[in-house]
Unconditional design. Structure first.
Length: 110
């Protein structure tokens, strides 16, 4: 294998690792948002965990923060809770920072 091939393979591996890291951070962020919303709705235990998983899964169905915020806002409002998109976006940003810190502290793949 040539030096160029080695560099190309290394760049590909780095890209894959970065994409996996981004995915893990986004999934963790969305789970934290789901747990926060579940708490506001009075859900605990398995119900809260199930709701948070639903929030994570909603990103797969309709990707993007706009859809995520719309879903969480809609769910909270449907429960009779006063919440704004701005409030949910604020928490999403907070959870993004928390998720990034948590994932970066986890041991990497061997």
């Amino acid at each position: 294998m040539t030096g160029f091939d080695d560099r190309e393979k290394a760049a590909e591996r780095k890209f894959v690792r970065e994409q996996e890291l981004i995915f893990r951070i986004m999934a963790r962020r969305n789970k934290l948002l789901g747990l926060w919303a579940a708490g506001k709705m009075g859900l605990v235990g398995d119900a809260a965990a199930g709701y948070a998983l639903g929030v994570v899964d909603s990103e797969v169905v309709e990707p993007g923060d706009r859809a995520l915020v719309r879903k969480v806002c809609g769910d909270l409002i449907a429960r009779g809770l006063a919440v704004t998109e701005s409030e949910v976006r604020h928490h999403l940003a907070m959870f993004d920072a928390a998720a990034r810190a948590q994932v970066m502290q986890e041991p990497g793949p061997e």
